[in-house]
Design a protein around this ligand. Structure first.
Ligand code: C5P
Length: 222
């Protein structure tokens, strides 16, 4: 069949979105970045100065807010109450707070419903932390992308330089490690490899090699 669900999970900065986008384009599938959803909720909560650990307050904000995701190339656009926040959700302040919001059960429940709806007809590549384990347990293809912290920090460092952003490599390493730690140890749907996911260690692979490897796995299922 050609309308598969492809789940790509893994720790921060493992290259999930980069390869997921390429694979979606090659297969003519929708690409869905679920991290952007958690980032959008975090952005709005920060903007409203809500205590990020106050689940009730965050849920109240969510029910009063319209958050819209428009899948598309090259980036999925994100809006909150009709204000576009596609760029804003990548700010370091959001990145370093998102794991706190992502630990809230109510938030996860809400976003999981939206994610399942987007994926119900297949033909989708969805990346995140809990897609294979929780959101789409029946996905035909489940990939768990990993790479060493050093390698992931270096990739992010180079990416930032290309964007004209100066960052400190050691700080990046620390931020990535802290986020992984929080995401892996939370009670609800922690970052984890689903039993039936295929682990791909990209530490010594380039993007083309990772894409080829995943397409090989996809071809066996189609
Ligand atoms: O993928 P990205 O790094 O943009 O995700 C941002 C954060 O959103 C993650 O660190 C994690 O806390 C949360 N997240 C999640 N479950 C997902 C996707 C992202 O908890 N499926």
């Amino acid at each position: 069949s050609k309308d598969l669900q492809i789940a790509i999970d893994g720790p921060a900065s493992a290259g999930k979105s980069t390869v997921a986008k390429i694979i979606a384009a090659k297969l003519g599938y929708i690409y869905c970045d679920t991290g952007a959803m958690y980032r959008a909720v975090t952005y709005k909560a920060l903007q409203d100065r809500i205590d990020l650990t106050d689940e009730q307050a965050v849920m109240q904000m969510l029910s009063d807010t319209k958050i819209t995701f428009i899948p598309g190339e090259p980036v999925q656009k994100v809006f909150v109450n009709n204000q576009e926040i596609t760029k804003e959700i990548r700010q370091p302040e959001v990145t370093n707070s998102v794991s706190t919001i992502a630990a809230l059960q109510g938030v996860r429940k809400r976003l999981t419903v939206d994610q399942r709806k987007l994926a119900e007809n297949g033909g989708i590549v969805m990346d995140g932390r809990d897609i294979g384990s929780t959101v789409l347990p029946n996905a035909q293809v489940k990939i768990f992308l990993i790479a060493s912290v050093d390698e992931r920090a270096e990739r992010r460092y180079k990416e930032n330089i290309q964007k004209g952003i100066t960052t400190d490599l050691e700080t990046l390493k620390q931020e990535i490690a802290v986020r992984d730690q929080k995401d892996s140890t939370r009670k609800v749907s922690p970052l984890t490899k689903a039993d039936d996911a295929i682990e791909v260690d990209t530490t010594s692979m380039n993007i083309e090699q990772v894409v080829a490897k995943i397409l090989e796995i996809v071809a066996k299922k189609s």
